[in-house]
Design a protein around this ligand. Structure first.
Ligand code: GRF
Length: 199
C-alpha cells in the first residue's frame, strides 16, 4: 500500500475537508489518498466541495435507521484504511469503533481537555471558552475512541483570544489558524505510520 485510503466524514460546510484537499494539491500528503467523502445529510456545503475536489461522495443520513452499518459497508466497499472526522457532528458508537479496524481521527475546536465531550460542538465550544474567560484556546486532533473527544491526542495548536471576540469571529480564527493546519498534517502523519507498518 503506497498510500493510505482515507474516508472523510462531514456534516457541515466542509472547510476542514477543503483544507485536506488544498494540502493534497500542495503535495503535502504523499502517504494519503482522499478516497471517499461521506456526508451525514443532504444539502451541506461539504458535498459540493467533495465534487469540486473530484472525491466520490456518498450521502448517508445520520438520522436514518442503520446509519453506522451503511457507513461500515461503504468503508469496506472502498477499502478504506483510515477515517477522518472533519466537522462531523455524530458520535460513533463503541460497536462502530470495534468494527472498523483502522485509525479514526477527529478535529475538535478547543484545546482538549477543555470545552470538549458531550454537547461541545460548533459554536458552543467557542461560546463556552468566551464565557469562561480563557485567554488562549485552539484546536486538537485526536484519535477517536468510545468516549466523545476522549482518544489519545495527536496534535494541538493554540490561538489567542482577542478583546471583543464573538463566538463567530473566534470560530473563524481557530479554523484559519489551527484547524486547517493541524488536520492535514495529522492525517498525513497517521497515514504515513499506516503505510510504514504495512511495508
Ligand atoms: C466547525 O465548528 C469546526 O470548528 C468544527 O466543525 C465545524 C464545521 O467544520 N471542526 P467544517 O467547516 O464543516 O469543516
Amino acid at each position: 500500500m503506497l498510500r493510505a485510503r482515507i474516508a472523510v466524514l462531514v456534516s457541515g460546510g466542509g472547510t476542514n475537508l477543503q483544507a485536506l484537499m488544498d494540502s493534497r494539491s500542495r503535495g503535502e500528503m504523499p502517504h494519503s489518498a482522499l478516497t471517499l467523502v461521506i456526508a451525514d445529510k443532504a444539502g451541506i456545503g461539504a458535498i459540493a466541495r467533495a465534487e469540486r475536489g473530484g472525491i466520490p461522495c456518498l450521502v448517508i443520513p445520520r438520522r436514518e435507521e442503520g446509519f453506522e452499518k451503511r457507513v461500515l459497508d461503504a468503508l469496506a466497499e472502498y477499502r478504506i484504511d483510515m477515517v477522518v472526522l472533519a466537522g462531523f457532528l455524530g458520535i460513533l458508537s463503541a460497536d462502530f469503533i470495534r468494527c472498523f479496524s483502522g485509525p479514526i481521527i477527529n478535529i475538535h475546536p478547543s484545546l482538549i481537555p477543555s470545552f470538549c465531550g458531550q454537547g461541545f460542538y460548533g459554536l458552543r465550544v467557542h461560546e463556552a471558552a468566551l464565557s469562561y474567560g480563557v485567554k488562549v484556546t485552539g484546536a486538537t486532533v485526536h484519535f477517536v475512541n468510545e468516549i466523545p473527544d476522549g482518544g489519545r491526542i495527536i496534535a494541538q495548536k493554540a490561538v489567542d483570544i482577542q478583546p471583543g471576540d464573538t463566538p463567530e469571529v473566534l470560530q473563524r480564527r481557530v479554523m484559519e489558524e489551527a484547524e486547517w493546519q493541524l488536520l492535514p498534517a495529522a492525517a498525513e502523519q497517521v497515514a504515513k505510520q499506516l503505510v510504514e507498518q504495512l511495508k
